[in-house]
Design a binder for this molecule. Structure first.
Ligand code: ATP
Ligand code: MG
Length: 372
């Protein structure tokens, strides 16, 4: 291979003129480098530009500005069929009147591949998605998950270097979706080809991806591994979009090494020992972000740094975890505790109105720019 990157977008803009007559940057100066063999996801809510980005990689849309590279080569106006990529669409778009075999063979027949060769390749593709023996069925005679696998086999049969998948599991129920997530991930690892995966489901992205680009309004907010994105969100948007976060508004008091201090007016307290994030200055208004599972509930009389009082407002038991809603001087926070112990004894729960201490671990408490 000629390039370290299977796919690269360099400062790509896609502008649409909407029927209402407005200019819209559906993709707004996006740069991303997708490595060979990587499972890469674009994650973001509806309308953030995921499909448009994918369509530019596939060649169904041209860029307004910037360039798409596949294996180091600028794509310009290269048509889709001349790119070593193939797409699995959300709707599968299977031919209903054709059998599984014919659906998978179709693209190869169009290319004039010999019948013997087609047979071999369709057989191999069916094996990959574990559908051997179902060749003669029509899509209607398959379950949703099986139809999905036919769509994947149809894309794989053309041996693309890069597989583009646009919300391929969107139509499946939750249980099947989770199964297919693991299957697709295993298939990707086994084949070693690059997957560019589009989803609005954060759990799906975290489960499957080597790296994720979190997108919003046509822009990439953060790119990183699932752990980086969850543990070190780059801004408030990402902290809020991926998982849950509690936010406290405050102001930076001092910025000593490994001891940033932020004053929280609503709690009338200073949080100390915080790791310093780049680009923050003393006196700046910031947001302190803490995940619910990273707040520790302690005795109300405990003495420790970064400890403050709160009152329990509600507890919700949901099997594996208990969610505890508390109020600290009017600031509402959510705390999550895993149910390590049996909760059969009602006294094992915090009760409404109980006074507790809340402790923040500085290493799990992030200082983020306010207006990101
Ligand atoms: N051909 C078009 N003409 C005008 N606007 C368009 C066109 N295609 C997409 N858009 C707009 O561009 C934006 C991005 O659309 P896109 O389909 O990329 O979003 P998405 O992230 O895939 O969303 P979803 O999760 O709903 O599929 C949207 O605001 C959409 O309305
Ligand atoms: Mg889309």
């Amino acid at each position: 291979m000629t390039s370290e990157f299977a796919v690269e977008l360099r400062d790509v803009v896609k502008q649409f003129i909407t029927p209402e007559g407005n200019q819209l940057n559906a993709v707004d100066h996006v740069t991303m480098q997708i490595k060979n063999g990587e499972f890469f996801s674009m994650l973001g809510s509806s309308g953030c530009g995921k499909t448009t980005s994918l369509r530019m990689i596939a060649g169904f849309e041209w860029t307004t500005e910037g360039e798409v590279y596949i294996e180091g080569k600028p794509m310009g106006h290269t048509p889709p069929f001349q790119r070593k990529v193939n797409t699995v669409f959300q709707s599968y778009a299977l031919f209903q009147h054709m059998s599984v075999y014919q659906n998978i063979a179709f693209g190869l027949e169009m290319e004039g591949v010999k019948e013997e060769e087609i047979k071999k390749r369709v057989g191999r593709a069916l094996e990959m998605v574990q559908l051997t023996g179902m060749e003669r069925r029509k899509p209607k005679q398959l379950s949703g998950g099986q139809q999905q696998r036919v769509a994947v086999a149809r894309a794989l049969v053309k041996t693309p270097d890069v597989l583009l998948l646009d919300e391929p599991l969107g139509a499946l129920d939750l249980k099947l979706r989770k199964e297919m997530q693991l299957e697709l991930k295993a298939l990707q690892q086994q084949l070693g080809i690059t997957f560019v995966y589009v989803t609005h489901d954060q759990e799906e992205a975290l489960t499957m991806s080597d790296r994720i680009a979190v997108m919003s309004q046509g822009k990439v907010q953060q790119m990183g591994t699932p752990v980086e994105i969850y543990e070190r969100p780059a801004n408030k948007f990402v902290a809020d979009f991926i998982g849950e976060s509690n936010f406290l508004e405050g102001k930076i008091k001092s910025l000593e090494k490994d001891d940033a201090r932020v004053f929280i007016p609503a709690l009338n307290m200073e949080i100390r020992g915080l790791p310093i994030s780049e680009g923050l200055v003393k006196g700046e208004e910031v947001v302190v972000s803490i995940r619910p599972e990273k707040i520790r509930i302690t005795d109300k009389n405990a003495k420790a740094e970064n400890l403050f009082h709160a009152v329990v407002k509600n507890t919700v038991y949901i099997g594996a975890d208990t969610h505890i809603y508390v109020s600290a001087q009017g600031v509402n926070l959510k705390v999550l505790e895993q149910n390590h112990i049996s909760r059969l004894d009602p006294n094992s729960f915090y009760h409404v109105g109980q006074d507790v201490g809340l402790m923040l671990m500085p290493e799990n408490t992030l200082v983020l720019k306010k207006d990101a």
